[in-house]
Ligand binder design. Structure first.
Ligand code: ADP
Ligand code: MG
Length: 267
């Protein structure tokens, strides 16, 4: 098993929030595209049985999936696919993964399977700078696998009423993972998504988030932008679908922040 501590190995980031529809998948796809555009090599691991990240990245062939990687010991070479986008790779998911949560329960290494799978020695040959894991909308064993496998957790926060409510449960899970399997797990940051400048509620959520979470909140806010929501139906990140859109520009900014933060991480 390879040691993926920095600076040699890729930085592994779980994109997690147990609420559905907050922008996890959108952020995984478009942050990955932003990182790739900046010259990084990025692998998106689709860990949601809905497979939205795979669809959004234009994956057609789903013969080999995340399920095979974590439950059938498939080699990385079998499951990692190139996308149309330079430097952007993906491990797709299908609905098969929905049974994984139950199958994992009886497995002795249930929390470590993704961790171990991503530390196969063959990961080196992909020359990755980042791995982004798109988590399901739940704090189930799949999400715990993502947190155990990762260096950090990036939390999309929808600029909506009750946005901060679910956060304490998420933080509790992160704390539990730190106490058991992954003491070095960091918070990469919280990113405000679907932000609407004209909406008082958006501004209030931002204020609450910055007051309560301080530096943890990314400077970049992702605006609500129709081009972002259209892009997946063209099987493209918004950076490719409409490069000059506000959504594309915001995800480029977020990528820059993530790159900057990770330059300062020693190990
Ligand atoms: P999750 O993965 O957390 O369930 P998604 O990323 O799938 O959330 O986003 C939920 C919905 O919101 C999708 O239809 C997506 O296209 C839309 N969406 C996400 N971010 C934006 C945005 N910045 N502007 C407009 N629509 C967005
Ligand atoms: Mg999703």
């Amino acid at each position: 098993m390879v040691d993926l501590s920095r600076p040699t190995g890729p930085r592994i980031i779980a994109v997690a929030n147990q609420k559905g529809g907050v922008g996890k998948t959108t952020t995984a796809i478009n942050l990955a595209a932003g990182l790739a555009e900046a010259g990084s090599r990025v692998l998106v691991v689709d860990l949601d049985p809905q497979g939205n990240a795979s669809t959004g990245l234009g994956v057609e062939d789903r013969d080999w999936t995340t399920y095979d990687l974590i439950l059938d010991d498939a080699p990385l070479e079998a499951v990692v696919q190139e996308t149309e986008i330079d430097g952007l790779l993906v491990i797709p998911a299908t609905v098969d993964l929905s049974s994984a949560d139950i199958e994992l329960i009886s497995n002795e290494k249930r929390s470590y399977l993704l961790h171990d799978a991503l530390r196969q020695t063959s990961i080196d040959r992909f020359e990755l700078d980042f791995v982004l894991i798109d988590c399901p909308p739940s704090l189930n064993l799949l999400t715990v696998n993502a947190m155990v496998a990762s260096h950090s957790v990036l939390v999309p926060l929808q600029s909506e009423f009750f946005a901060l409510e679910g956060l304490s449960q998420l933080m509790l899970t992160i704390r539990e993972v730190r106490q058991t399997a992954n003491p070095d797990l960091r918070i990469e940051g919280v990113v405000l998504t679907m932000y609407d400048n004209r909406n008082n509620l958006s501004r209030q959520v931002e204020k609450d988030a910055r007051d309560n979470l301080g530096e943890m909140v990314f400077k970049t806010k992702i605006p609500r932008n129709v081009r972002v929501s259209e892009a997946p139906s063209y099987a493209l990140p918004v950076l490719q679908y409409d490069s000059g859109s506000l959504g594309a520009m915001a995800y480029r900014h977020l990528a820059r922040e993530v790159i900057h933060k990770n330059k300062n991480v020693a190990a």
